[in-house]
Design a protein around this ligand. Sequence first.
Ligand code: GRG
Length: 303
Amino acid sequence: MADTAARSAVDLLTEARDLTDHILDQWAQRLRGEVAGRDGEALAYALATPGKRVRAALLLASYRAVGGMSPAVAGVAAAVETVHTYSLVHDDLPCMDDDDLRRGRPTTHRRFDVPTATRAGYLLVPVAARVLAAAADALELPPAALGRMAVELFRAGGIEGMVGGQLLDLEAEGRTLALEDLIAVHRGKTGALIRAACTLGAIAAEAGPAEVAALTAYGEEVGLAFQIADDVLDATGTSEELGKTAGRDAQLAKSTYVSVMGVEAARAEAERLARRAVSHLESAGLSSGALGALAGYIVTRNS
Ligand code: GRG
């Protein structure tokens, strides 16, 4: 990745983090007031954690690529990050990946306890709907646009996407998956929400069908590339760099791109997908500047 592209991806991630974290912090405060005791504390703990905000940055860049101008779009990004946060809280539970470390801090069930973290995860789903509705209001979008965004977001988070992919992933522990089955796991558990972030950015800008389709196609490719890069990082990074336990895939005997094809081939495949993602934008005549930089970041990042 050229230095300028690397810098622009970092700038965009920083901007997305600042805008989104501000909104999520406000929701965390509000939820502390609404939900009594440890449940409220756990919700706030999970929501106001220092994530990379890749999905938020993709949403912002997608929105701008089709002419969106309002900073209020950060609320839509916060809704996507809320669904993502719920998935991390539940993914870390003992009944799933059973992890102690997330975003450089104890996982929610480690900081509180399993029942509290389980409730906090579930409670974040309707919170995401409220965050999304508030953002649509702030953007003065017509009700149909809010409806389309909600359908995209919650379908991507459901059995056809994230939950479905996670179920396949859990079932596959200890088995060697064929590449096509691994692709289905990765597209579901990780790719669907990343794709939805790009689609929501386009809908929030009230883009036309061809632009929405191009950004969705871009999101589909970078979503898979993101999880392949995650597989590589899990095998090559340290827990300190990643903010989560490194080497967990091997410990859980998971099939990953690294176990199926090795580190170098996995890296090359992620890079190929990143280039293909950008080609969808170019075919639709969309500017690929920021989204190209983010695609490059996604496959070369070290955390
Ligand atoms: C009921 C079966 C069932 C599932 C519930 C838990 C769950 C839904 C889905 C798990 C989805 C998941 C955690 C996929 C992995 C996605 C992934 C690569 C996460 C890491 O994303 P980053 O690196 O994390 O963007 P940060 O912390 O930076 O936000």
